[in-house]
Design a protein around this ligand. Structure first.
Ligand code: ARG
Length: 591
């Protein structure tokens, strides 16, 4: 595993050498290098430096350029405008750097051995409830962040904070006690229940118990008493609660499976998992004065959080009836993640509509000292999924759209798209079915990942499975097209030839390929998977231009040129494959 410095960092280093040779006092100044259309790179840092030194920027720039030591990376540096540097690197430097990437299984992307530990809270549906598009977003974005962070060397602990506790269980359990055979056909006869069946059982039970709860005062009283039994840890009550959790998990896992997502049981630590810590969490907060009693409830107040009436809205850690809620659980989870799991970073992939909750929870945890300079928490907040009409996504009847239906429809549409092209590629029926899944699920994931998470996005299946534009299918086809070239290339092997002059499309593709590691680092640091998606889309676009302008096989170029082009094809395919894998999207070999 050898990490490969990017050309940008090499150029940056050369400029820094020039800077410190020309101006020893300004040795630490940043040349501010970025990719540019004018040349390969542009550096603007000398402008600010000249201002600071009260010198003439063009003169200063000329001095710096003159002081750059002889090297074989920089082909040309031009001082332009008020004092920018336009920098062109040699073709040989590009190909050599890419060859070093190609020689590494990680494509030269650095692996930080001493990275921290991130606990990431994602994919957190609620027991006895249907999953909806919001749960999809959390799962898709969270899973991508797990892979991306792990790829950079971070230790990642996954936590699926499912909603498995709360007063609604009193009603459900009481109903089950009074209608004992309602869930029977699942656990007892040992036959496998499908996720779909599990959910429909739970739905039926939920509706029936809710109806009774709303219409029958005596049932309501029994249900409330049942909540008390549950919280007191009554064994029979807990056993019944467990059945709801188990039945729900059958359903959750079936959806995650459809999503081609690996969720492990040990990582599912729902709200109930922190029950034993709640009393102590409250005690610590109260004793330290972080929380105070107000009208019987234990509350934390914030100067900048006020209700519409202008009065402060507190975070309620314990209600006046002694009950604990969502906040107490999340605060206890923070203690667990920081003190037991030794997290240095906490990431919550949760709907933006919960931002106030997390703002207050994080601030409380900071006051309590659980979060500090060394342990940070962030909410990776995501926006709402909208329908084609731009309104929150609902069925025609105004109901929440079932996630399973959406996924099935995406796969159906994708299968149609795949089938249309299948004959030309010679796909078998089972390949068509498999590719339909990869394309359909990939489309849904990519649509979610390719806009910045904070933004709302429209769930538009027609657009998602379109072959043109910024879609996963476009990327998957680009990958498969490259793979098919290797079938036709015969005895020619990919081989880097740094001695060759590159065509413009080759240079553009090459320089972009070289940026992979930087994009990964940025994506990981900013928790911004859309940056990786944008990079991959641009990679596929640059590849398309390259493929149009630079024949690989027909008309047959000179042998070294063909080998070098195949080398670029190969590295592009591997980069696409790796990048898509980090986003949780498959790249079929034939499509
Ligand atoms: N179950 C919650 C929901 O469906 C999301 C949980 C988010 N995570 C947390 N630690 N509060 O909205």
């Amino acid at each position: 595993m050898a990490s490969v410095p990017s050309l940008a960092s090499t150029v940056q280093q050369r400029l820094a050498d020039g800077l410190s040779a020309a101006l020893p006092d300004a040795a630490s100044a940043d040349p501010l290098l970025r990719r540019s259309d004018r040349a390969d790179f542009q550096a603007n840092g000398i402008l600010a430096l000249a201002k600071q030194l009260k010198g003439n920027p063009r003169e200063l720039a000329t001095q710096v350029v003159a002081a750059i030591p002889e090297n074989d990376v920089l082909k040309e540096i031009e001082v332009s405008g008020p004092g920018f540097l336009n920098i062109t690197v040699t073709d040989a430097a590009i190909v050599r750097t890419l060859a070093a990437r190609a020689a590494d299984a990680r494509l030269g992307v650095p692996f930080n051995e001493s990275a921290g530990t991130t606990v990431i809270d994602y994919a957190q549906p609620n027991v006895a409830k249907e999953m909806h598009v919001g749960h999809l977003r959390s799962a898709v974005i969270g899973a991508a962040m797990v892979e991306i962070l792990e790829f950079t060397g971070e230790s990642v602990v996954r936590r699926h904070h499912i909603g498995d506790w709360g007063t609604q269980f009193g009603m459900l359990i009481q109903y089950l006690i009074e209608h004992p055979h309602e869930l029977d056909h699942t656990a007892e006869d040992g036959a496998e229940v499908s996720g779909e069946e599990a959910m429909s059982n739970l739905n039926r039970l939920y509706k029936a118990s809710r109806a009774l709860f709303d219409s029958d005062e005596e049932f309501k009283t029994r249900a409330r008493a049942r909540v008390v039994d549950l919280q007191a840890g009554d064994e029979r009550t807990l056993a019944l609660w467990q059945r709801f959790v188990d039945e729900s998990k059958i359903y959750f896992y079936s959806v995650f499976d459809k999503l081609d997502m690996d969720i492990r049981d040990a990582d599912v630590v729902g709200e109930s998992g922190y029950n034993d810590m709640l009393v102590e969490t409250c005690r610590i907060l109260e004793e330290s004065g972080v929380a105070v009693r107000s009208e019987g409830a234990l509350c934390v107040f914030f100067d900048d959080v006020k209700g519409p009436d202008g009065n402060p809205t507190p975070l309620i850690v314990q209600k006046s009836d002694g009950g604990f809620g969502y906040a107490a659980t999340d605060l206890s989870a923070i203690r667990d993640r920081v003190q037991n799991l030794k997290a240095t970073s906490l990431v919550y992939v949760v709907d933006a509509r919960q931002s106030l909750h997390f703002k207050m929870v994080f601030e409380t945890a900071r006051r309590a000292g659980w979060l500090n300079e060394d342990v940070k928490a962030v909410q990776l907040a995501f926006g709402t999924v909208l329908g084609k009409d731009g309104k929150p996504f609902k069925t025609r009847e105004g109901e929440t759209v079932r996630l399973v239906d959406l996924l099935d429809e995406a796969v159906d549409r994708a299968t149609t798209v795949v089938r249309e092209k299948a004959e030309k590629v010679g796909l078998t029926e089972s390949e068509i079915v498999e590719n339909g899944q990869y394309v359909g699920i990939g489309a849904v994931k990519y649509a979610d990942l390719s806009t910045s998470a904070a933004r709302d996005y429209k769930f538009d299946l027609d657009q998602m499975v379109s072959l043109n534009g910024d879609t996963s299918v476009y990327l998957q086809y680009a990958y498969a097209r490259i793979r098919s070239i290797f079938g036709k290339a015969g005895d020619r092997t990919p081989l880097a030839h740094p001695e060759l002059e590159l065509a413009p499309a080759e240079r553009a593709l090459g320089l972009h390929l070289d940026q992979f590691g930087e994009v990964i680092a940025e994506t990981a640091a900013e928790h911004a998977p859309h940056k990786l998606a944008a990079y991959l889309y641009q990679l596929a676009s640059l590849y398309t231009t390259f493929y149009d302008q630079c024949p690989v096989i027909k008309p047959e170029p000179a042998q070294e040129v063909a080998e070098n082009r195949l080398f670029l094809c190969d590295l592009t395919a591997r980069t696409l494959h790796q990048g898509m894998a980090l986003l949780g999207i498959r790249t079929p070999e034939r499509l």
